[in-house]
Design a protein around this ligand. Sequence first.
Ligand code: HEC
Length: 190
Amino acid sequence: MKYPRNTRSARLIFPFAAMLAPALLWHAGPLAAQGMSGKTPAAVKAMQGSAMKTMEKFMAMPADKQKAYVAQKQKESMDRGEAAFKDTRLGTNGFSCATCHPGGKTTGGSIPMGMMQMPIPSLQGVAATFPKFKIGNDAVITLADMNNNCIVMFLNGKPLKTDSQKARDLAFFVTGFSQGVPYSPGKEAE
Ligand code: HEC
């Protein structure tokens, strides 16, 4: 953990920030509850403005252009997600997701965890089982949280911010292994 060097001024500012925070959060309104936590009210306002702009731009396109635009954006995300899945620099031990889950399947191996061996699951259909309870987290977690579990536990890496583009791209790519699988949140890995 890194702390700001200037802790004295941080100590002075903090009480004011703490007093202001509830007022600012109230001002930010319901958006703050929609995964935009941690954003300043000004940033939330900016996001509202930019969302309106992109929607207007999109609505001005002819229908076939709209379709192509969505397809293009999704392809870009899927491609980045695939690259992240195969990226040995996501962690620090030379592994990538594909080392254990090649092509979204499993090597068939298992990982020693304390006293037990943990089988490496296939990721076919996995997105259809999230959110679900994970013992290690002692909580119900999302697919993006689970990807982070593997980054931390098996790649010796730093978890991605779950609302970052990279985490979303990776989750999108992993979700791609679940095409057509009926949704059954909470189902355990097979
Ligand atoms: C060293 C091997 C290894 C690597 C590398 C690895 N995993 Fe895993 N993965 C596992 C094991 C073992 C489990 C079972 C852990 C559990 O269920 O808590 C698992 C579970 C998962 C699950 C949940 C499966 C389920 O049905 O609940 C997902 C999703 C997943 N991995 C994605 C990834 C992604 C994405 C990466 C790369 C960031 C990755 N894994 C890297 C070994 C690995």
